[in-house]
Design a binder for this molecule. Sequence first.
Ligand code: NOJ
Length: 761
Amino acid sequence: MKLRKLLFLSLLGILFSCTTSQNNTDSEMNVFVDKLMSQMTLQEKIGQLNLITPGGGIPTGSVVSTDVESKIKSGQVGGIFGVYGPEKTRQAQKLAVDESRLGIPMLFGSDVIHGYKTTFPLPIGLSCSWDMELIEKTAQVAATEATADGIFWNFSPMVDISRDARWGRISEGAGEDPYLGSHIAKAMVKGYQQDDLSRPNTMMATVKHFALYGASEAGRDYNSVDMSRLRMFNDYFPPYKAAVDAGVGSVMSSFNDVEGVPASANQWLLTDVLRERWGFDGFVVSDYTSVNEMIAHGLGDLQAVSALALKAGLDMDMVGEGFLTTLEKSLEEGKVSEHDINKACRRILEAKYKLGLFDDPYRYFDDARPGKDILNAGHRKVAREAAARSMVLLKNDRQVLPLKKSGTVALVGPLADSRNNMLGTWAPTGDPKYAVTVLEGFKNTAGNTVNILYTKGANISDDPEFAEKINVFGPKIEIDERSPETMLHEAILLAKKADVVVAVVGEASEMTGESSSRSDISLPENQKKLLRVLAKTGNPLVIVNMSGRPMTLGEENELADALLQVWHAGVETGNALADVIFGDYNPSGKLTATFPRNVGQIPIYYAIRNTGRPQEGEQFTKFKSNYLDVPNSPLFPFGYGLSYTSFEYKNLQLDKPVFSTGESLLVSVEVTNTGSFDGEEVVQLYVRDEVASITRPLRELKGFKKVFLKKRETQKVTFTLHSEELAFYHPNLDFYAEPGEFTVFAGGDSNAALSAKFTLK
Ligand code: NOJ
């Protein structure tokens, strides 16, 4: 018998005694990992720190791994990503288990960002549901599907706060607010991991990108980040911390630098904050070649940057192989210690242990599962519900929506029948062929009673050079053979024949996402032209905007009778949109990122601090903090979203005017459905700290509840505000609340007007 097998069997002896007991304790894991590590060579330990991709999926850098098979066999690979399906993953795992000396199983990872094959709305869209149960459910479905296909380590949730819609990756996160973002981070980690990582249908989550990637300067991807620590701790760190508190298994470092040190070698971030302050005990993986990229950052050669990263607390090197090829030399030269390598190796082995891989390295490779667990009817139902709930109604004059299920509807626009754009960016495991287009959805829902006319009307963009940049992962912008004028003409003729026009416009899916920053976040001019001619027909105009980011929609808002923001809503887009447009679902989404009037207002967010010269009202006033050419207010604020019904808020009450640190305050408000539809409302609670030792935001979200109200129904909605929720980080990074006066606001968006005062003793 080969030495490897003998060793493995002796290990199994230990293992069986560990995993058969109900309560696997850390000490049992430690015994196992100690024993395993005592048998590993230095090269094998370094091998565990190496994450590779054979390039089968979509590589997100210019490098893919080579000699994959021989590396696995020689114990030089700790994990792999971009390999899918039980057959392929099993084959690869067999190489590690049967053919490497110690048979240590590999991790199989992927980016399952908004669903696996059942693609849900983009995360920014999902966040607009403000529905934590639903968000958790989507993560759970994603875990079920991914693990059925051999993937049990997910590079999600992405929780980077962003207040800059130029940044393409704002689509992958939960928007601008740390409080909401923290709740969503927690729901997603819970959805992916449940309470047991070793179950065959749960997967290990990775919170990313640590840290501050969403604050890239000028919204340009991968760019530098610099901000005060106060801002980091108060505004940008909370969602990462929430994921850590929820037990996330791994953390991914970000591409950007923070205070001049790239995140992947930033000891303050990866060790002082993450491990010492927050108590994170999983492992840290780099982003795609982010270790190597520190050469371009100007931190030295590959050996130098790899040593810096390891010493800072980075455990696994994604694709770049700086660890694999230089750590041994750095050890010899005293630039890293054996202890540094051991620490990182241990963390990765511990993750494998928790995933149950030493018990059964093939536990996630079951040929029977994909057929029943992937894209089944139940999962599609969740996707349809999630999509409908992520849509945000921005305008609805004269109750144009919902449309009646009768008469003639002209469905126009480059995204009205564009299967390739429905899933949205970062859906490498999704397949557009399963996506329902808007035209199909309309026909499914109303085809029997509504005369649905369709024409494209315009391309997403007429510019072939731009189209080429967007079409790297397949055709997303398809420039029609017809001339733009012909298409416009056809659209006008069609619109005139209808009772109402629904124009589906916006961004192609790859106009947002990684490496898709834009300096102009308006609709391409040719789509604007289409909307102008449609509006001119005088027929009611419903504009449906699909995008992965907030856009500047001032003109569209003027032209439209109704304006609906639907993001890229996933595999059930068409059906869900029909549910909303024809009133089978009354929209309840609320924006989680502010929509600016123009790009010059960016960064724009609701939780601003006052200047010493605040502007009062919207009028320009000399020597106040404002602009000559645009009001300070956004086009649509955070938290905003209409319903087919209307809600009235009254009777904001506190159970006491004064409360003490360590205690809670009950805040209640009465919400009445005053319109003529049943509907849901996201009741939001904001707080202002009136006087503090540092400048504080004018209001901060501190509570939200989504309630369903029947027509004319009133509900008293109560929030418990604990004094801890009034706490903030101080310049020395201590976290506590300052006694004094506060104002609380309740309402349906961040401009909520109803207010009351209380004092914290
Ligand atoms: C680069 C992206 O920044 C990251 O989010 C992703 O997880 C990796 N590529 C792997 O695909």
